[in-house]
Design a protein around this ligand. Structure first.
Ligand code: HEM
Length: 503
């Protein structure tokens, strides 16, 4: 006892030697364990997660990561245990249908719990069996047939949008169309999921969802870099309650809308005609009660709201901004829309046939994917070879859509908004196949976005609708448009002049 007390006293007295020595051992361990020092990247990133945390905190990590990839190549050690990949050849290994790479602890920061435990949101599920069952039990609601039945539910929302914009066009006032689009996509996803919306376009963020999403995505982007910290932060119910409150009135308002739609689904007889997402799930439950339980029905429905509103708004804003910044593309698209003789309300089936519209939307989503950080996965226990390097089990790896979409080997002149690159008359089939394989806006494989066709439908209907009603011009050439990267690349300041279109 006396001996160990003496050691402790000596260490304490010589702290100025002991502390730096301990830090040095820690840094050396971080850098050299499993031979990870061979993987390219800045020295500072290999010994501490703090530089990565700072980069994420500033909201510019996509710019830092692009510079790192330009300097170090297709695999970069961006933190001691985290590796960013930019080689499309690795997409299948990381994300393909049979992949052994699970979602990394980064995603634990968006887990939510209720009295029964973890809410089964497919976005965060690492339990493969439950994840596959959840994907299956809602597959028909997200399918093309499901879309056809949901499409009419969006029309009244679009009508309200056009009326609202009309006021700005008549008064010749500049409008922040980006803000209005965020409220439009919220109303639209509520309408197609529950048949009812909360008129965000007139009343603003009445349920507080935009605010919660902003805080949640900031939290995920920053603290996700040190995911172990989550258990001391929002994973603690007291801290979470202090930050988000108890949901109160908003939660009960949403539950009222959901319960009423569930009741309608239970008493509905025919499957024909317009049908909400929620009613489709209730039909599935009626057909096969074991395939989906009540909790799963609601997890899917509320998941649509959080996963499908801001993401779609970000994508549509990105497409519009780049289109308005590129007069040749803008003029060409207007001509193509006129040539196709589309009529209001624009149907998805008709608009989908306008090849150049599809190319514009895809190009906008390429240049501005809604997610700007890597889709992080954990290397399986047995380890893996990635970009020619051995990575140990437990390492975090991923591809970032923002970076991959700027890979000049896949997308020549990558910073240019050039919709023509997607056309078969311009780009070879082989190159387009590579581009399509590398298009990560909606993720890939096992966890690919369930709602991608819903958002494609919204964009494909809305962009021509806006162009058919208005001539649009960016205020000051788009100087007020900006965005930060907090997982979502949400923009601000998409301000435009609107004029009613006469021809
Ligand atoms: C342009 C709009 C959208 C974008 C860019 C987008 C993007 C993504 C991405 C990148 C993922 C995969 C994340 C990962 O692998 O880590 C994802 C997953 C998901 N998205 Fe979307 N999304 C969009 C719209 C929607 C909509 C409208 C819905 C529903 C109505 C939706 C529902 C989901 C769901 C449920 C998942 C989880 C799927 C799974 O993990 O199996 N998304 N989304």
């Amino acid at each position: 006892m006396a001996g160990s007390a003496h050691v402790v006293r000596t260490l304490r007295e010589h702290w100025y030697v002991v502390l730096p020595a301990a830090l040095l051992v820690y840094f050396l361990f971080q850098r050299y364990r499993h031979g990870l020092n061979r993987i390219p990247g800045p020295l500072i990133r290999s010994i501490s997660p703090i530089p990565r945390l700072v980069s994420a905190f500033k909201g510019r990590s996509h710019e830092d990561d692009i510079r790192l990839h330009q300097k170090y190549g297709q695999i970069v050690r961006i933190a001691p245990n985290s590796f960013s990949i930019s080689d499309p050849a690795e997409i299948n290994q990381l994300y393909g249908l049979g992949t052994k790479f699970l979602k990394s602890p980064f995603y634990e920061l968006s887990e939510a719990h209720d009295e029964e435990g973890l809410i089964p949101d497919t976005f965060i599920l690492n339990d493969k069996e439950l994840h596959s069952r959840m994907k299956r039990n809602a597959a028909n609601a997200y399918s093309m047939n499901g879309l056809v039945q949901m499409e009419p539910l969006i029309e009244p929302v679009t009508e309200r949008l056009i009326k609202k914009l009309q006021v700005y066009a008549e008064s010749e006032k500049v409008v922040d169309i980006g803000d209005i689009i965020a409220n439009y996509t919220m109303d639209a996803v509520f309408a197609l999921t529950f048949a009812n919306d909360f008129d965000y376009m007139s009343r603003g963020d009445v349920l507080g969802i935009h605010k919660v999403m902003k805080v949640a995505s900031w939290y995920m982007a920053v603290f996700g870099q040190v995911a172990w910290s989550h258990k001391f932060l929002l994973a603690n119910p007291i801290v979470a309650g202090w930050v988000f409150g108890d949901g109160g009135q908003s939660q009960s308002d949403m539950m009222d809308v959901a319960n009423s739609e569930v009741q309608k689904g239970k008493t509905r007889v025919s499957e024909d005609g317009p049908m909400t997402f929620l009613q489709r799930l209730i039909f599935n439950q009626r057909d096969n009660p074991k395939s989906i339980n009540d909790r799963e029905v609601l997890a899917h429905a509320f998941g649509n709201i959080t996963a499908g509103s801001d993401t779609t708004a970000t994508a549509i804003r990105g497409v519009l901004y780049h289109l308005l910044k590129t007069p040749e593309a803008y003029q060409k698209l207007i001509k193509e829309i006129q040539h196709a003789s589309l009529t209001l309300p624009v149907s998805f089936a008709d608009a989908n046939k306008v090849e150049y519209l599809g190319a514009v939307i895809k190009e906008g989503m390429r240049l501005h994917p809604s997610v700007g950080m890597m889709l992080a996965r954990t290397v399986p226990r047995e380890g893996a070879v990635i970009c020619g390097y051995n990575l140990p089990g437990g390492a975090e790896v991923g591809l970032n859509p923002w970076i991959l979409h700027r890979n000049p080997d896949v997308f020549p002149d990558p910073d240019k908004f050039w919709p023509e690159r997607w056309l078969s008359s311009v780009t070879s089939e082989e190159q387009r196949r590579l581009m399509n394989r590398s298009f990560l806006t909606f993720g890939h494989g096992a966890h690919t976005c369930s709602g991608r066709w819903i958002s494609m439908m919204e964009a494909t209907k809305l962009i021509p609708t806006l162009l058919m009603c208005y001539d649009m011009e960016l205020e000051d050439g788009g100087k007020t448009y900006r965005f930060d990267n907090f997982w979502f690349m949400m923009q601000e300041g998409l301000r435009v002049h609107l004029r009613k279109r006469t021809v």
